[in-house]
Design a protein around this ligand. Sequence first.
Ligand code: UDP
Ligand code: MG
Length: 310
Amino acid sequence: MNLLSIVVPCFDEEENVEIFFEETSKVLKNQSFEVIYVNDGSNDSTLDKIKELAKQKSNVKYVSFSRNFGKESAIYAGLKYAKGDLICIMDADLQHPPEMLPEMIEAVENQNYDIAAARRISRKGEPKIKSFFSHRYYRIFNRISKIEIVEGATDFRVMTRPVADAILKLNEYNRFSKGLFQWVGFDTKWIDYENIKRAKGKTSWSFLGLLRYSMEGIIAFSTVPLTISILLGTIISIVAFIYMIYIIAKYILYSDPVQGFATIMCAILLLGGIQLLSIGTMGKYLEKTYFETKNRPIFIVKESNIDDSD
Ligand code: UDP
Ligand code: MG
């Protein structure tokens, strides 16, 4: 029988560690599985709760980071430490319904899919404004990047070993999982579900955090913003050239006295703005390159009960 490794990134999830294990165990009665909790530098007693559970259950494993590295890093670490033939990624807060697991496992084991992924079809219990921005974002992202991310796609996935290995090969520092999963390819079965409220605790995503994350996604998978700068530059140059000829002609024909303060101000301010915007955009890409070239590790482990000798 295939061993299923369930990777669970945890950041301040002390109240969810145990119920998560209970709920998943319930639906995995006839499945051999291990749960790998990745403690992403929690500030509460998440790690103690995990250790307690690991004492009682031999199939509870953990990896604990030296600080908070972010969910994407936690996923990477989990995939690295997972020993299973099938690997699953799930949130600790039970927003990813464990009841879906059997169907997902079935798709990967018997229906020739490499990945079974959950797609959230409703956004009930979420602010309208968040849904609106998220919808817009997917549309823009898919237009300007070469890969296509499915709206509502979550990180809740069951995948085969080769898929996990492929993801691990993408060892970039700036990780946008949704894009990485799409980038590696393979056959994905999408399984729909309705949004569910968090079991305990609160989300660690602020609006600004989400905004930053979405920008990172675009920068990681598209260079269209750079092309926009070039396009803007070209258009403005052409317009400026035509305007220049007009001004010279006007001067020669009518020898116009000094005038046009408003025009100059508008031109300086507009061009200054566009220039800064373009430099900023370029800077963002440079920033990413800068961090990639440093080649820093994606995560640092402080302690773990998994033997990582192989
Ligand atoms: N998480 C993490 N590191 C972080 C933030 C979140 O490992 O820096 C985990 C968190 O514990 C949870 C999952 O990522 O298991 C999803 O986080 P959350 O529920 O806050 O996000 P949301 O469901 O609101 O998108
Ligand atoms: Mg959540």
